[in-house]
Design a protein around this ligand. Structure first.
Ligand SMILES: [Fe+2]
Length: 479
């Protein structure tokens, strides 16, 4: 039974128990190294000058003891430095406190790689390992690896781990893995959940030229999973789907990551709209349940705030969009959730016919109206695709990867700071199963179907990652 079939039948397979069905795509990293030249095919555009940093789970086991879910995997940073038409790549594990502690002990101490009594003790004592395996953020010229429910782990440009930070005590709970910049406010926003006797969510403001601060902290009715949110020019919007943490399972460590949460549609999705300049005027209401993993945009309208998500009917996308490339991952309906001011209702508008995941835009437009959307999906023959949707023209431009090639989230880099929206390049790390290697594929964002204009090849594979960031040599927006 495949993971997707199992999910449809309401059962789950542990990736670690899937045997050969777990692709090499997700297998352990084989080599750590600093920057070294990558073999080039095609021409790296001269104007691409900077570094792509990506993170992802890079170990499926610890000291031979398998993890129950790829989300638990220890993070590694993959970096590709581009400039003067050349490419250099580096790849290193993050060495956060928990990882180092395990190295010293010579055995696993956390997650499902340890015995059940140890898992229970960890659950009761709130002990967990910060893996930094989900996203990378640059702020004030420093780099941070992020994960769902922990503090940022700082690392340097040579990918050496510096250590966890709370930004001077500002982060009291967690700092989520999806910070969102709003260029017009020259500020990056993020949320952070705090579980405990009462669950709350904090909203953090990280000005590009100032100190971090907590804008507000709001109580939640129930501990939930809240992976992403959106910030617009005036609002922070959270759509709290009813994916609830089963507390006794969390404390007793019953099952893996996905077993800890239960889809509870009768509770509905809670809509939380926080005015950035007056956070005390928060608006909250419930609507029919739906689910999103990621947001891809947001904007202010004359009578509403609108956020764009890749929408699902329920949380089963979490069961099948990782670990098993033999089974197509789920992709969501690109949907604008419009929240009219002064009402307790939402309007859903499908933005394009194609379904997507890992939707990305030109970040110069983040939090405001945008036209060009980039994402990935999989066709009926299980071939991975990179998709550009022009929302103004209603057109799609698609590159279908050859059989045995699997792309990851593509990040957009403008051709120049002044280039029109959407004119630039898409950078995606692609795994090629025939050679068991990975490469950076560079696409012209306005000519996706032409295929990569350049490829920069590692001589090993990069375990499939989730998210990352581009840091321009001339300074990024958040620098
Ligand atoms: Fe994510």
């Amino acid at each position: 039974m495949t993971a997707a079939t199992a999910a449809k039948k309401g059962r789950r397979l542990h990736p670690a128990r899937m045997g050969t069905r777990v692709s090499h795509f997700w297998s352990d990293l084989t080599r750590e190294h600093g920057y070294e030249p990558l073999k080039l095919e095609g021409d790296i555009p001269q104007e691409l000058a900077g570094t792509l940093y990506r993170t992802g789970p890079a170990l499926t086991q610890r000291f031979g003891r398998p993890y129950g879910h790829v989300f638990e995997g220890d993070g590694a940073i993959c970096a590709v430095r581009l400039g003067e038409g050349k490419a250099q790549g580096a790849h290193r594990l993050l060495r956060g406190d928990g990882f180092v502690e395990e190295e010293r002990a010579g055995r696993p101490l956390y997650q499902t790689a340890v015995s059940w009594p140890r898992q229970v003790a960890n659950g009761l004592l709130g002990r967990f390992k910060n893996t930094g395996n989900t996203n990378v953020m640059e702020w004030h010229g420093h780099l941070y690896a992020l994960m769902e429910n922990a503090r940022p782990i700082a690392f340097d440009r040579e990918l050496e781990t510096v250590g966890e930070t709370s930004f001077g005590g500002v982060i009291q709970g967690a700092f989520s893995a999806h910070p969102h910049p709003v260029p017009s406010r020259r500020t990056t926003y993020n949320i952070g959940l705090r579980y405990g006797r009462k669950t709350s969510v904090a909203i953090y403001s990280l000005p590009w030229e100032g100190q971090a601060r907590c804008l507000t902290e709001l109580p939640l009715d129930h501990p939930v999973m809240l992976h992403d949110f959106m910030a617009t020019e005036k609002h922070v919007v959270m759509l709290v789907s009813p994916l609830r943490l089963v507390i006794h399972r969390a404390i007793l460590s019953i099952g893996d990551f996905t077993d800890l949460f239960r889809w509870t549609p009768s509770a509905g999705t809670e809509v939380i709209v926080v005015p950035i300049d007056e956070p005390e005027r928060v608006r909250r209401f419930r609507t029919d349940a739906f689910f999103q993993i990621h947001f891809c945009g947001g904007r202010e309208e004359p009578d509403a705030v609108a956020v764009d998500v890749m929408k699902y009917a329920d949380s089963s996308a979490l069961d099948v969009n990782v670990a098993d490339v033999d089974e197509p991952p789920q992709t969501g309906e690109v949907t604008r959730i419009r929240i009219p001011h002064g009402t307790d209702r939402v309007e859903h508008e499908r933005l394009c016919e194609t379904t997507l995941e890992f939707g990305q835009t030109d970040l110069r437009m983040a939090g405001s109206d945008y036209r060009h959307l980039f994402g990935l999906n999989v066709d009926e023959e299980n071939r991975f695709r990179l998709v550009h949707v022009d929302l103004e023209r209603g057109s799609e431009d698609v590159f279908r990867f050859p059989e045995g090639e699997f792309n990851s989230e593509a990040l957009f880099v403008p051709r120049s700071p002044e280039a029109p929206e959407g004119e630039g390049y898409l950078l995606s790390i692609v795994y090629r199963s025939s050679s068991r290697t990975s490469h950076l594929a560079v696409f012209d964002a306005q000519h996706v179907s032409d295929g990569p204009v350049a490829r920069a090849h590692f001589d090993h594979h990069i375990p499939s990652g989730f998210h990352g960031t581009w840091v321009s040599q001339v300074g990024s927006g958040a620098a």
